[in-house]
Design a protein around this ligand. Structure first.
Ligand code: NAD
Ligand code: MG
Length: 381
C-alpha cells in the first residue's frame, strides 16, 4: 500500500489522481491533500478517502471545525508542513505555478518519491531538483503525458538515441496566422482542441509556452541537450511522444488523450503494463499523422535554449513573466500577443547569476512579477 500526499487535489490533475487512487484502493491510500481556494471540495475528499492531514490556502473555520480528528495546515508554508507531517511515501505535485517549487524541494529533501505534474518546478528550479536527486534518496517521476511517453520508450531502449521528439497539438490557435492572433479573447484561448485542463496550462498551450516548458522539463528529466530535443505536430494528441534512434527507426507511445494513463504510470513508478509502437521508419506509422513543427510560427520555443544553456535565473524569470501575463490576459488587461512581448521584455532584462539558491529564485520570481505589474499598468512601455 503506497501512502500518497496529493497537492492540488481540487484541480484537473488532482481530480484525475483521485480517480486513479479510487480505482486501486488496495495499492494506494490518500494520507494527506491540499486545496487552494476550492474549500467546498474538502468535506467530500475527507469523507471518501479519510486522510488525517489537509492543507488549505486560507483558514476557513466553518469547514475545518467539522473535522476534529484532521490536522489542518494553512498557506504556502502549510504545504511543506503537510508533506512532513503526513508520513507519505509519495508526493503528487498537481499545483499550478511557482508555488509548486518549494513543496517539490521539501518532498525530495525528505526522501519522498515525487510524482510531478507541476512543470513550473523544473522550469524554475531544475538545477536544485537535480542536485537533491544526486545527493539524496528521493526519486522523481514525471506526470506530463509527453514525458511519461518518453520515459516508457527510453525504459525499453535508451541506446543509440538520435533525438527525443515531443509532440504538440498546436493549441487553440494553430490554424491562425500571427496577425490573426491580435484580437483573440480568453474565451477563444480556453477552447483546447484535444485536452480538458486547468485554465493556466490551456493558455500556455495556445501560446506554445507549454511546449517550451516541456523541452526544459525533458532536459532536466532525461539529460538530453536542447539540440537533441525536437518538436512535432500531432493535432489529435494521439501520439504522446517518440524516440528516434540513429538507424532512423522510431519508438512511440500512442493512445486517446487521458491524463489518468500517465498519472497511473507515475503512481505505480513505471511498473505497470503498457504497449509501445516500434517502426523502422516514420512513414510506416499510419494510425495518426505527424507533421514538422513550425518553429518560425511559434518563436517562443527558442527560449527553451536560453533557459537550458544559460541557467541561473532565466527559468524563474520566464515563468514569473508568463504567469503574471497569463492572468492579466485572462482578466482582459492585456492582449494575447502581449503575453509573448512581456516574456521577451523580462527575459531580456535579467541580471543573471549562476547556481541561485531557492531564496534567490524566490526573489527573482517576486521582482519579475512586480516588473510585469508595471508593464500591465502602462508604466513601462
Ligand atoms: P488546475 O488549475 O486545474 O489546478 C491547480 C491546483 O493547484 C488546484 O487544486 C488549486 O487549488 C491549487 N493551487 C493553485 N494555486 C495555489 C496556491 N497558491 N496555493 C495552494 N494551492 C494552489 O491546474 P491543472 O491543470 O491541474 O495543472 C496542474 C499542473 O499540472 C500545472 O503545472 C500544469 O501545467 C500541469 N499539467 C497539467 C495537465 C492537465 O491535463 N491538466 C497536464 C500536464 C501537466
Ligand atoms: Mg504535456
Amino acid at each position: 500500500m503506497k501512502r500518497i500526499c496529493l497537492l492540488g487535489a481540487s484541480g484537473s490533475i488532482g481530480g484525475q489522481t483521485l480517480d486513479v487512487i479510487r480505482k486501486h484502493p488496495v495499492d494506494f491510500s490518500l494520507v494527506g491533500f491540499s486545496v487552494g481556494k476550492q474549500v467546498d471540495k474538502i468535506p467530500e475528499i475527507i469523507n471518501e478517502f479519510n486522510p488525517k492531514f489537509v492543507c488549505v490556502k486560507e483558514d476557513t473555520k466553518d469547514i475545518t471545525k467539522q473535522f476534529h480528528n484532521v490536522k489542518f495546515f494553512y498557506g504556502d508554508e502549510g504545504l511543506n508542513k503537510l508533506i512532513k507531517a503526513c508520513d507519505c511515501d509519495m508526493v503528487v505535485n498537481a499545483l499550478v505555478g511557482f508555488v509548486g517549487l518549494k513543496p517539490s524541494l521539501t518532498a525530495l529533501e525528505n526522501d519522498k518519491i515525487l510524482s510531478l505534474a507541476n512543470k513550473e518546478t523544473l522550469v524554475t528550479g531544475g538545477e536544485l531538483i537535480n542536485k537533491l536527486l544526486r545527493e539524496g534518496k528521493g526519486k522523481l517521476i514525471p506526470i506530463d503525458s509527453e514525458h511519461v511517453a518518453l520515459s516508457k520508450c527510453l525504459a525499453v531502449d535508451n541506446t543509440n538515441v538520435d533525438k527525443i521528439v515531443i509532440t504538440a497539438s498546436g493549441g487553440a490557435f494553430r490554424k491562425l496566422s500571427r496577425d490573426q492572433l491580435e484580437n483573440v479573447t480568453p474565451e477563444d484561448a480556453l477552447k483546447h482542441p484535444t485536452w480538458s485542463m486547468g485554465q493556466k496550462i490551456t493558455i500556455d498551450s495556445a501560446t506554445m509556452v507549454n511546449k517550451t516548458f516541456e523541452i526544459i522539463e525533458a532536459y532536466y528529466l532525461f539529460g538530453y541537450k536542447y539540440e537533441d530535443i525536437e518538436l512535432m505536430f500531432n493535432y489529435e494528441s494521439f501520439v504522446h511522444s517518440l524516440v528516434r534512434y540513429k538507424n532512423g527507426s522510431y519508438r512511440l507511445d500512442e493512445g486517446k488523450p487521458d491524463m489518468r494513463v500517465p498519472i497511473k504510470y507515475a503512481l505505480y513508478e513505471g511498473s505497470c503494463e503498457y504497449d509501445l509502437v516500434y517502426v523502422d521508419k516514420l512513414e510506416d506509422y499510419k494510425a495518426s499523422n505527424l507533421y514538422p513543427f513550425e518553429y518560425d510560427r511559434f518563436p517562443i520555443v527558442n527560449l527553451a535554449k536560453k533557459v537550458i544553456d544559460e541557467k541561473g535565473l532565466y527559468g524563474a524569470t520566464f515563468n514569473a513573466a508568463n504567469e503574471e501575463a497569463v492572468y492579466a490576459f485572462l482578466n482582459k488587461k492585456i492582449k494575447f500577443t502581449d503575453i509573448e512581448n512581456i516574456i521577451d521584455y523580462c527575459v531580456n532584462n535579467v541580471n543573471n547569476i549562476q547556481n541561485p539558491s531557492y531564496e534567490d529564485i524566490r526573489k527573482c520570481d517576486l521582482s519579475t512579477r512586480e516588473l510585469v505589474a508595471k508593464i500591465v499598468k502602462g508604466e513601462i512601455k
